[in-house]
Structure formats: structure tokens, C-alpha cells
Design a protein around this ligand. Structure first.
Ligand code: ATP
Ligand code: MG
Length: 320
């Protein structure tokens, strides 16, 4: 888009993963990592790799974990001018172990790391002033300090005629508990041009019990496009006055589900901003999500446009 890069603000983390299934970390065990991670970073990597102009704002420590992140994103072509190196705090970490039932146990150091020390800076203002789009991660909105940065950047970009996408990533229960987060969420919906929910999030955002009603409530409210993520059922795009467009998922063996939604989002937003149609953007999004779950590591499967074209050509679709 001629307006400037897609800006995503949020946590840069490294992830360290248990190599065995089980319950948490209360015994000595084998781990693998560090992998570059953090939902906004995964989004940024996939967005840049597919060819979208992408900028990230966040914080890392002055340590090897930080270097893993900045070297990876720089190699992908992400503009890191608003990534700050904290002089004192370490890079954020997430230790993850999968349970046999598919659940996950985490040990996080996010808000007491460099990831949590992000504030409004001249560098962030400069990127916001030349960005054409802001992608908002709902996970950050319950943090007032993060919500303020994100709303400020989104406001600047909207005033210049840019657009906003929003991955709500919020549970219904969470929405009902926290009044301030709920108010932020509602303001963000009002700024949103493109919503990227999964099933439950669509209902929470529309405050209705059926997907169809939720879609019409949200489109009536001024959202211009919804890309619904449906896991192994693929993805569906909705716009006002047009039939829904559905694409099936690709058939892969799921090795590591982390990052599917963020890779989908990075590919979808970049594809739309490059000017591709909804069906093509959904196909790239579904391919990016599937390719990423087929390998271990939160963003190890993020692909270039050529990688994704090859994946699309050679991978069968799942039957609905
Ligand atoms: P996350 O678990 O990262 O929060 P999400 O719930 O936001 O993800 P998903 O719907 O799980 O989003 O994944 C995004 C897209 O990735 C899906 O629409 C689908 O096309 C693809 N995808 C996810 N998991 C799989 C899978 N196991 N097999 C094939 N495709 C998948
Ligand atoms: Mg999600």
C-alpha cells in the first residue's frame, strides 16, 4: 500500500519448549529453544516474508535472546526502527510444555522483561506517522499502558486515511470481568476496518449467540471485512453486501499449534494490502497457518510468497 508499512506493536519473546508431553516444569527435563516468538512478532515475520511492508514496535534486552529476535526479523525485512533495547531488563521469555490433552502450561516472563517496558517514544511516533495500517493484538488491551500506545498509534494512522486490523484474541469470560478492558475493546472495534477473530471471539465481539448474527452486527457497526479463523475447518471471509467466501484448511500433521492464528493474520493482512482479493488472501492465510503448525517453533513455518505458492500447489485440502 502506498500509505506505508503495516505497524504491529507488542511483545518480542523467545520461547523454550519442553520436548516431552506432560504437566509443567516441576522436574528437570529436556527443553529445546530459544525460538523467536511473541504473537505480534510472529505476525510481523509472516507479513514481511510474504512481501508486505512491515514495521514492529517492541522491546528486547541487551542479550542473546534479544539478538535472536532482531536478527530474525531483520532478515525477514521487518522495519525495527521502533524496537528498543532496554539497558537493564532481559528479553521476555515463555517456557511452554504441551499436555497430553493438547492443553499447555506456561512460565512467562513478559511484563517484568524488556517486552513490558515499552513506552511511547519518538521512534514509535515516527513509524506511526508513516504507517498505512496498524494491526492490533487483543491480548495486549487489558494492559492499560499497552492499550494506550496501540490506540494512539491507531488514531494517528486512521487520521491519515490508513486502516486498522484487530485480532481480538479474547475469551468471553475475560471480557465480562474487566470493565476497563471491555471499554478499550469496544473503542478498538469502532476503529477496526478488518477483524480477524476465531469462532468464540466472533461471538464475544458481536455479543450474540450465532456466528451469522455476530457477522451482521459487526458489519452494521462499520467493520468493513471479517476474516474468520476456523482451525482445521479453514477460514471464511465476510464483507457487507457480498456472499461469504470460504476456503478449506490444508491437510498437514499438526506438530506445534502455536502461531497459526498470527501467521494467518500476517499473511492475510499483507495479501489484502498488496491488493489481492479475499479468496486469495484467505488461501495464503490458511497456507501460512497450516505450514506453521507443521513444524516445531512458533514462527519457524512462516513462508515467503514463493514458499506459500509451493505449499499451496503440493498440499491437499482437508474435506469439510
Ligand atoms: P491460535 O491457536 O494461534 O490462537 P487461532 O485460533 O487464532 O490460532 P486458527 O483458526 O487455529 O487461529 O488458525 C488459523 C488458520 O490456520 C486456520 O484458519 C487454518 O486455515 C490454519 N490452521 C490452523 N491449524 C491448522 C491445522 N491443524 N491444520 C491445517 N490448518 C490449520
Ligand atoms: Mg487466536
Amino acid at each position: 500500500d502506498s500509505l506505508g508499512p503495516t505497524l504491529v506493536i507488542g511483545e518480542l519473546l523467545v520461547e523454550i519448549v519442553a520436548t516431552t508431553l506432560g504437566e509443567g516444569f516441576r522436574e528437570t527435563q529436556d527443553l529445546i529453544g530459544p525460538y523467536p516468538s511473541g504473537a505480534p512478532a510472529i505476525f510481523a515475520s509472516q507479513s514481511a516474508r510474504i512481501g508486505g511492508s512491515t514495521a514492529m514496535a517492541g522491546g528486547v534486552g541487551r542479550d542473546d535472546f534479544g539478538r535472536i529476535l532482531t536478527e530474525r526479523l531483520e532478515a525477514d525485512g521487518v522495519d525495527l526502527s521502533a524496537v528498543l533495547t532496554d539497558p537493564a531488563l532481559p528479553t521476555g521469555t515463555a517456557f511452554v510444555r504441551y499436555r497430553p490433552d493438547g492443553g499447555r502450561d506456561f512460565v512467562y516472563n513478559m511484563w517484568t522483561s524488556a517486552a513490558g517496558s515499552l513506552t511511547w517514544t519518538d521512534a514509535l511516533a515516527a513509524v506511526a506517522e508513516r504507517a498505512g495500517h496498524v494491526h492490533v493484538m487483543g491480548t495486549l488491551l487489558p494492559r492499560p499502558q499497552m492499550a494506550e500506545l496501540i490506540e494512539r498509534a491507531a488514531g494517528i494512522v486512521k487520521r491519515r486515511g490508513g486502516t486498522v486490523s484487530f485480532d481480538p484474541n479474547l475469551r468471553k469470560e475475560l471480557m465480562e470481568g474487566d470493565e476497563a478492558a471491555l471499554a478499550t475493546f469496544e473503542r478498538m472495534i469502532d476503529l477496526t476496518d478488518l477483524l480477524l477473530p476465531s469462532g468464540e471471539e466472533l461471538l464475544a465481539a458481536g455479543r450474540t449467540d450465532t456466528p451469522r448474527e455476530a457477522v451482521s452486527v459487526l458489519l452494521d457497526r462499520g467493520i468493513k471485512e471479517i476474516a474468520l479463523k476456523e482451525g482445521v475447518h479453514g477460514a471464511t471471509g465476510f464483507r457487507p453486501d457480498a456472499d461469504p467466501v470460504h476456503v478449506p484448511a490444508f491437510e498437514v500433521d499438526e506438530v506445534d499449534p502455536t502461531g497459526a492464528g498470527d501467521c494467518f493474520g500476517g499473511a492475510y493482512v499483507a495479501a489484502r494490502r498488496i491488493g489481492l482479493g479475499i479468496e486469495e488472501a484467505l488461501t495464503y492465510g490458511a497456507a501460512a497457518g497450516a505450514r506453521n503448525v507443521a513444524v516445531r517453533g512458533p514462527m519457524e513455518g512462516a513462508g515467503s510468497r514463493a514458499d506459500l505458492d509451493a505449499f499451496i500447489a503440493e498440499t491437499p485440502r482437508r474435506s469439510a
